[in-house]
Write a protein that binds this ligand. Structure first.
Ligand code: NAD
Length: 530
């Protein structure tokens, strides 16, 4: 079966969405016009003003409506995701629908606590004053999302930003716009009017939306596009989160249970056909178990039932691993495999797809080096590159030898060692004896370092990323003048020097400090300009 390799946007004004399983057209959608973009941004700003005034309890009720709608329409959502991504039914259910509900449920409980005003202490210099932190919305947040988790990537930042009091404009990927889901959700769920507005189009639409000056851009996608988005935001000082690519390492020490660890690695590498930003792409296995581990890995990989053209997507158990979603990604995956093999790596299983189809089987390549693209660049497909190491230090060095820094996993019975290694890895997330459990936990912040971007989604940090974290300092009215206010006099300078020495110095003297402080205080009561 041959699948038509469509460009990302079929014509200037129309996006044709095709099912990657069979290449059939699912639907077409018009790319937003410049006028429609302006109109959307204006509506969003009006909605933002209303949402900002909405009590947090009401915002929570609104997102709960979304949650219940998602549960009641889960099979419809999954069918729509499958039609546009070609992933397996189980993958769509677990990592898009179930996990989205988990995030909403947790944030509905967390948000009121995190967003409540907070009293904090004041230092000695500001004695007698009060300090508070208050969390305010930013306005309209633009979400630009990729195609690998089209529902999750749309809903999770939207819910978080909305709970923080913002309106959201979402530009889904032109590869997986998921229009039937957004249309149904916006008309049926009862979610706050205009709090979420969806704009369809490709990268030019993303550019036009940024030109309309949103109050923040939350971008998820490739490094190349992330740099362009940041450059476009820079002259306007629009804050931007960049959730970019990865090349996650997994380090397997020789004390692991082979069967369990092989199974964990399989899932980490092949879930959603390896099209997760935190897929386990580089696997470092300790020398003494290398041969046995790789043998079992290959055996188990061959047992994964990958989809074939014409596979039955209506059943949850007809195959484990689906297709490659974006046609242009296939060339990258095949190029990484063939370049590695031409440079001496061993293709142990998987490899070539059925000509013209999107179905690449789960693939294990051994004896990979960092000189090969497969050991260095993001492959974003069902391919695990296996390498060996002998010492803990070598494993850390190899894992850190990457321009990316998104996630990682460390596998060992020795938890002290595993935590030590986790801390030494230059990434935003590390799972121990598992893979990707950090981003499955809404209580934890998720994001990267190095070329994997910056900013955090989820957890307390993620919620606060959509806020103006405002500080308020409160002083009393009265006749008293602060010691650091004018007029500056010799006597004040001397008293402050005494306070510095007696409070912060090597030999602290609370009594002497107090004597100077009281003197300063009484001066403040009568100090006047001459
Ligand atoms: P992409 O960068 O090509 O596109 C992502 C989105 O950005 C799309 O909606 C696209 O239309 C838009 N876009 C592209 N160029 C733009 C520009 N100049 N201005 C404004 N918008 C622009 O990425 P993709 O191929 O859709 O997705 C795959 C990439 O996403 C991979 O690198 C993957 O690692 C990354 N990703 C990262 C995370 C994360 O959380 N770190 C999660 C999922 C995917």
């Amino acid at each position: 079966m041959t699948v038509v390799e469509t460009p990302r946007v079929s014509t200037h004004s129309t996006i044709t969405v095709r099912n990657p399983m069979d290449g059939k057209v699912v639907y077409s959608v018009s790319q937003a016009t410049a006028e429609a973009i302006q109109d959307t941004m204006q509506r969003s700003r009006q909605a933002a003003a209303q949402i900002a005034a909405m009590p947090i309890e009401e915002r929570v009720r609104q997102v709960q409506r979304l949650q219940y709608w998602i549960v009641e329409n889960s099979e419809f959502i999954i069918d729509s995701i499958l039609a546009e991504t070609g992933k397996s039914r189980f993958d769509a259910f677990a990592s898009e629908v179930f996990s989205v509900c988990d995030v909403i449920d947790v944030f509905a409980k967390l948000a009121p606590k995190i967003l409540a005003d907070r009293q904090v202490k004041t230092p000695i210099f500001l004695m007698g004053k009060k300090s508070r932190i208050t969390y305010q919305p930013l306005g309209t947040v633009l979400m630009i999302t990729p195609w690998n988790y089209p529902f999750y990537q749309g809903i999770v930042p939207t819910v978080t930003a909305f709970l923080a009091g913002n309106a959201v404009v979402l530009k889904p990927s032109e590869v997986t716009p998921l229009k039937p889901v957004w249309d149904k959700l916006l008309t049926e769920s009862g979610f706050c009017r205009d709090a979420l507005l969806v704009v369809y189009g490709g990268r030019e639409t993303g550019t036009q939306l940024i030109e309309a000056l949103p109050d923040k851009v939350h971008f998820t996608g490739s490094v190349a596009a992330g740099k362009k988005v940041m450059a476009q935001c820079a002259p306007h000082l629009i804050p931007v989160d960049l959730e970019l690519g990865g090349k996650d390492p997994g380090i397997v020490f020789d004390d692991v249970d082979l069967e369990r660890t092989v199974n964990g690695v399989l899932w980490g590498s092949f879930t959603t056909s390896g099209q997760a930003c935190t897929s386990l792409e580089r696997l470092y296995v300790q020398d003494s178990i290398y041969d046995a581990f790789v043998k079992l890995l290959v055996e188990r990989t061959k047992q994964i039932r990958s989809s074939t053209p014409g596979a039955d997507t209506s059943r949850c158990d007809s195959f484990d691993m689906g297709t490659i979603t974006a046609p242009y990604q296939i060339a990258t995956i095949e190029n990484h495999i063939s370049e590695a093999v031409s440079q001496g790596a061993k293709l142990l299983c998987g490899g070539p797809r059925e000509h013209g189809s999107h179905h690449i089987p789960p693939t294990v390549v051994a004896d990979v080096t960092h000189a090969m693209k497969l050991g260095r660049e993001e492959t974003f497909g069902p391919v695990v590159a296996v390498m060996r190491f002998s010492t803990e230090q070598e494993a850390i060095r190899l894992a850190n030898e990457s321009s990316y820094g998104l996630g990682a996993s460390v596998w060992s019975r020795d938890l002290v060692r595993a935590v030590r290694v986790a801390k030494a890895l230059k990434t935003g997330n590390v799972s121990i004896n598992n893979h990707m459990i950090t981003q499955a936990n809404p209580w934890l912040p998720f994001g990267g370092v190095k070329h994997s971007g910056f900013g955090r989604l989820k957890g307390e940090h993620g919620l606060l990323g959509f806020c103006n974290v405002k500080s308020i300092g409160i002083d009393k009215q009265g006749s008293k003048i602060d010691s650091h206010w004018y007029p500056f006099t010799k006597e004040k300078y001397q008293l402050m020097s005494n306070m510095l020495k007696h409070y912060f110095g090597r030999r602290r003297s609370w009594i002497r400090f107090l004597a100077s402080a009281l003197r300063m205080d009484s001066m403040g009561k009568k100090q006047k300009f001459k």
